[in-house]
Design a protein around this ligand. Sequence first.
Ligand code: GCU
Length: 415
Amino acid sequence: TQVVGEPAAMAGFPEASQLPSQAGLPDPLVMLDGHRVTSKEEWLAKRRPELKALFQHYMYGQMPSPPEKIATTVARVDPNYFGGKATKKEVAIAFGPSATPEIYLLLVVPNRKEGPAPVFLGINFCGNHTVVNDPKVALPASWMPKNCPGCTDNRATDAGRGSQIQVWSIEDVIDRGYAVATFYSGDVAPDHPDFTDGIIPHYYKPGQSKPGPHDWATVAAWAWGLHRAVDYLITNPEIDKAKIAVVGHSRLGKAAIVAAAFDERIALVIPHQAGCGGTAPSRGKVGESVKRINTSFPHWFDDEFKAFNDQPDRLPFDQNGLVALVAPRPVLFTNAVDDTWANPEGQFEVLKGADSVYRFLGVEGLEADRMPETGKLIDGRLGYHIRPGKHSMGKDDWKVFLDYADRQLGKPGVS
Ligand code: GCU
């Protein structure tokens, strides 16, 4: 079942100051009015839609309904990628009101496969041209952060080509039988604190010049962009549409988990070191706080979320509720010991706080009551891993992602 474009945020939610303060992580099985969910039907028909509406109202903002149709154009096909192991395509995905920017999806599919391939989909930080060594891949034309390799005057240049190969480790993923689909975050929403470019301005109502207090902000727009990539992937016969895994690092990991929570076509999600506003508790006392993230990155969440800067305990949910929206599908949180900013311990508590929903739905949840030792993967429906080192994504992380996907989705067949 497709559950994108849920009903608009429910009218009549209280002001932040009117919500009760709750010190611990709120129980996702208890409705806003205090009623405890007693059946799967009630979870699906009432509580899930309510939780989605709450997250949109108080935190991420309301996402628009999905487009009725998308249009795709395939370019620069190369059937001899990685010495003939894979085929590359660049797919422009058009949607939305006219003149809305397109998403440029880089798709690399293994050539040796038994039937359609499972796929890892995710957004990249600095452009498709950075994740492969390929002079033909189109450079993004949109705004780019200065710290991206080869970026001049906030634009991509050829100098950035191939500079982030390890981050996506695409050849390794191909060797394990999975396809990779990725696009640049700026195709959807350039990561700066105004809403003048990207797709958001194209959805303004007449006369509107910035998002309203409950309209989608950048993280929701990125997540919605992932949904558009899914719209395309499910039409591609080379891709196993039942095995779409979404991965993202840090701010883009926040987008990954939001995307999975709001779209059941996503089979598995790995928000890597996603931290505050993604996988860490908003009530957490370690690392980044709600106030801090709203101050440094005011464009990531809706204006209403700022009302919780000094009172995160009044949020009527915490991030365990977001994980619960993914249930019963598999979720893996991956972390690094030195990345305390993302609160690895707090993230483990978030998984614990979602476990009851997995069990309620009749599947396994978090098969551990304490954090695993460093380097040991908990590979159940609710998975967890912490490695030595710092905030980054690379080859070693991909080994964990792939092991987890093999375990949860089944090893891909290689012909
Ligand atoms: C900052 C921010 C985090 C974010 C990270 C990243 O550190 O505070 O919330 O996850 O950037 O995206 O790398």
